[in-house]
Design a binder for this molecule. Structure first.
Ligand code: TPP
Ligand code: SF4
Length: 588
């Protein structure tokens, strides 16, 4: 008999086997945590806030769609104006019950943001994480990292930013682990008083899987080898900054590793048998690449014993549990660390094994002779990983089966390298897109691009638009360039979403510095590039005009294909002019 399967099953907690995308898993995670708390007799609420951007661009839309499931469960979704304001709001949610004024026993929350949003939230993260989380609350920071910069102006790896704020980080390998690490993450956050980072890459958060999503799936164990200090590790009123610092370095990070150990978050997948000499350690998406590489080499658990190969999967990439590293390294003479981007696990392993009387050689970013092995830039892929592993295994044992597979992989790689691209397509605006005509620059003019769909103006031949900044920095680069440039004026494109997020400050700075600049605020009434979300707080054209006039902008011209749609009563500031888009060149 066929199962009765419905779309709404994904948020139905009575169903345990469901199909979920990574973003839907984040929604379900909130419902699961609420149900778990209820079972413990806790009256908690949930709070989700952040700012959109790939690969967590669709999180907000999923939460809006799921409102009918969330609201009755006291889970509130609130898109942030920008990432750091959202992080600060989430910090506030942890304070809600701290002074005895709370309506709930605690608030568990999720912050989400793209890598650049992680970067700009550093100050908020450091303050909030120093203050801590509430005992029955807990915070996850879903950091969206676009390793391949498929939809970003810079490739991103956010672990170091979170580490800098002393936030433990979990790296899920797929949708199931978004749920599992999410539940562990809330418990960890409550236990050690830290915000907990969850790595989101498009391979986990934008994939879909059939998962076991029963709220009771995870049984949390509390460490017996960690002694809680008097007063615990959670947020408190009138906390002292030096006590926060001491608490962080003396207890919180060690509470995190003890929790990871007690719950066996980091795992040895293949022991490699009695004679294990080579170890591979990896995490998240790279772990999946390693499994693919081993599959391609025909190495399963039985073969790993034959080859003396141990395989470990790390869940908590920072701080790495030293006990786990010691157990993993025991008896090995070579450790291969497979991780994308900069070395995070590798440096910690080196540091932890440095004082051991004998320790294995550790390779990863560098090979045995100091040459490059796994690049710290772009992404890794299973073929390259398979070759690196096989060559090292074959140095130790002759193995016909692995030799044959390696030969095949090398042959395939050579064929792919030599194959020409089938087609190359330069991205372009949708047909009818207003940015297509509004980004035109007059003869002799030059423009800087802004973040958003209109960034593609740089790809339009002859548009004389080149160079951009981070989101919200639009035009601020001209403040530093203008005094040293022979050019007297620049155009700066600025999307309305970006204006609302942070760009208005750049305009204020440009006015304060007195540089000659024309901002083209490209109003399409949406944050288009991330899915067409509405502006936080709604933002109208007259409102923007009044705001920039209040900032001190003297000359404001409105250019539209339908200028008549703004009636005289629309409350525009005085001395503004109104033009048809056909007259854009003359206006500029
Ligand atoms: C700090 C930061 N947060 C989020 C993003 C992701 N992001 C890229 S474009 C964009 C939307 C910009 O919207 P808008 O300025 O209205 O331009 P449009 O796409 O509508 O043309 C966002 C949120 C980013 N690049 N940087
Ligand atoms: S999504 Fe909207 S703003 Fe972006 S290119 Fe298409 S029409 Fe233009």
């Amino acid at each position: 008999m066929l199962h009765d399967v419905r779309l709404d099953d994904r948020y139905d907690l009575s169903k345990s086997t469901v199909i979920l995308s990574g973003t839907q898993a984040v929604v379900r995670l909130m419902l699961m945590q609420k149900a778990r708390d209820e079972k413990q007799g806790l009256n908690t609420a949930g709070y989700v806030t952040g700012y959109r951007g790939s690969p967590v661009g669709a999180i907000d839309q999923q939460f809006v769609r799921a409102e009918k499931f969330l609201k009755p469960r006291d889970i509130r979704f609130e898109p942030g104006l920008n990432e750091d304001i959202a992080a600060t709001a989430l910090w506030g949610s942890q304070q809600a019950e701290m002074r005895g004024e709370g309506r709930y026993d605690g608030v568990f929350g999720i912050w989400y943001g793209k890598g650049p949003g992680v970067d700009r939230s550093g100050d908020a993260f450091r303050h909030a994480n120093s203050a801590g989380t509430s005992k029955h609350g807990g915070v996850l920071a879903l950091m969206g990292d676009d390793h391949a910069a498929e939809s970003s102006t810079v490739p991103h790896q956010s672990e170091f930013a979170l580490m800098d704020a002393m936030m433990p980080i979990l790296n899920p390998a797929g949708v199931q682990e978004i749920l599992d690490y999410g539940l562990y993450g809330f418990a960890l956050s409550r236990y050690c008083g830290c915000w907990v980072g969850i790595k989101a890459v498009h391979d986990n958060v934008e994939s879909t899987a059939i998962v076991d999503a029963s709220p009771e799936r995870i049984k949390i164990k509390y460490p017996s080898d960690f002694k809680m200090p008097p007063g615990g590790l959670n947020i408190r009123p009138r906390d002292d900054r030096f006590e926060q610092e001491e608490r962080m370095h003396t207890y919180k990070r060690f509470a995190a590793t003890a929790f990871a150990r007690a719950n066996q978050l980091d795992r040895i997948i293949f022991s490699g048998g009695e004679k294990a000499r080579t170890g591979i350690i990896s995490t998240g998406k790279s772990y999946l690449d390693v499994r693919q590489a081993l599959d391609d080499l025909g190495i399963d658990e039985a073969a790993s014993e034959r080859l003396g190969l141990r395989l470990a999967k790390v869940a908590m990439v920072w701080p790495l549990d030293p006990q786990f590293v010691e157990d993993f390294a025991d008896g090995l003479d070579l450790i291969i660390v497979v991780e994308e981007k900069r070395s995070l696990i590798e440096t910690q392993i080196r540091e932890q094994l440095f004082d051991a009387s004998t320790h294995p050689q550790v390779i990863g970013k560098k090979d045995e002779d100091g040459g490059h092995l796994f690049a710290a830039f772009r992404t890794l892929e299973p073929n390259g990983i398979a070759i690196a592993i096989a060559e090292r295994l074959l140095k130790k044992n002759r193995d016909r089966a692995v030799e044959e597979r390696l030969k095949e992989i090398k042959k395939t790689m050579a064929a792919v390298r030599n194959a020409p691209d089938l087609a190359v397509r330069v991205p372009y605006f949708c047909s009818g897109c207003p940015h297509n005509s509004s980004t035109v620059v007059p003869e002799g003019g030059r423009a800087y691009a802004g973040i958003g769909c209109h960034w593609m103006a740089q790809m339009v031949p002859g548009r004389r638009t080149e160079g951009s900044t981070q989101m919200g920095g639009e035009g601020a680069n001209w403040i530093g360039e203008a005094p040293f440039s022979k050019r007297g004026h620049i155009f700066q494109n600025l999307g309305d979403g970006t204006y609302n997020h942070s760009g208005i400050l750049a305009i204020r700075a440009a006015i304060a510095s007195g540089v000659n600049i024309t901002y083209k605020i490209l109003y399409n009434d949406a944050v288009a590039m991330t899915g067409g979300q509405p502006h936080e707080g709604a933002l109208s054209v007259p409102q923007i005009a009044r705001q920039v006039r209040a900032e001190g902008v003297e000359r404001i011209a409105l250019v539209s294909d339908e200028p008549h749609k703004y009636p005289a009563s629309a409350d525009f500031p005085d001395y503004m002019t109104f033009h048809h888009r056909d007259d854009l060149d003359a206006v500029q």
